[in-house]
Design a protein around this ligand. Sequence first.
Ligand code: NDP
Length: 232
Amino acid sequence: MDNTILITGANRGIGLELTRQYGAAGWRVLACCRNPEQAVDLRQLAAQQGQKIAIHALDVGSEDSISRLAENLCGEAIDILFNNAGVGGPKPQDFGPINAEEWLAAMRVNVVAPFQMAVAFLDHLLAGKRRFLVIMGTQLGSIADNTSGGKYVYRSSKAAAHMVGKSLSIDLEPRGITTLLLHPGWVRTDMGGAQATLSVTQSVEGLRRVLDGAGPEDNGKLIAYDGRIIPW
Ligand code: NDP
């Protein structure tokens, strides 16, 4: 049986490259995005790579959307559940007035969604061989690493995502699930911007290397694309 990975936010940026590389490596990819009909690059990739890539509609900010997809995929084994979708939140995020609704909307996507995905797809993960639950974290969400302040929405949401991942790593460990928080580096995407140091290719090659070499001993760690362990 093929290995299967589910990727959220697969229509652009790091999610699209994860889809490309895992598909090229022979994995079956459940590539999820909010608007499949508008996901031109993803549809083109799926057309090139054939049946390896299946595109599914998923808005991770909607509990209905998450449970609908979990039901549609009922009985499917998932080896890696990769919570990649994320938002940067409103700008600016310096000390000063910030729109509270926009802050909470970012928390919903970056923090609540990975938890709801873990709950909805637990049976799919248990049916898989690898049983890897991945949440995209970031060095910017490391409290120990914060020496420059600011970025209130993004930093707080990712620090909370790290904590969600840590608790999941403890709660789901007895069921054989390994929960990993990954930092992709600073990557040239819509979110990372043109000045970022890494291409999506470099970042995803690193992330795949980390996942290939990871095991239960890495449960609950925050690991960078180059294998570095990042302090909380
Ligand atoms: P992009 O902004 O390029 O892409 C974000 C992806 O998330 C898009 O596919 C977007 O879909 C999707 N998304 C956002 N909201 C939702 C939602 N409600 N439902 C489903 N999908 C959603 O970001 P990156 O590719 O750069 O980032 C991917 C992940 O990596 C994020 O979690 C980010 O925080 C993290 N990260 C990125 C870094 C970087 O330097 N780029 C550094 C550290 C972490 P849509 O097109 O529909 O908006």
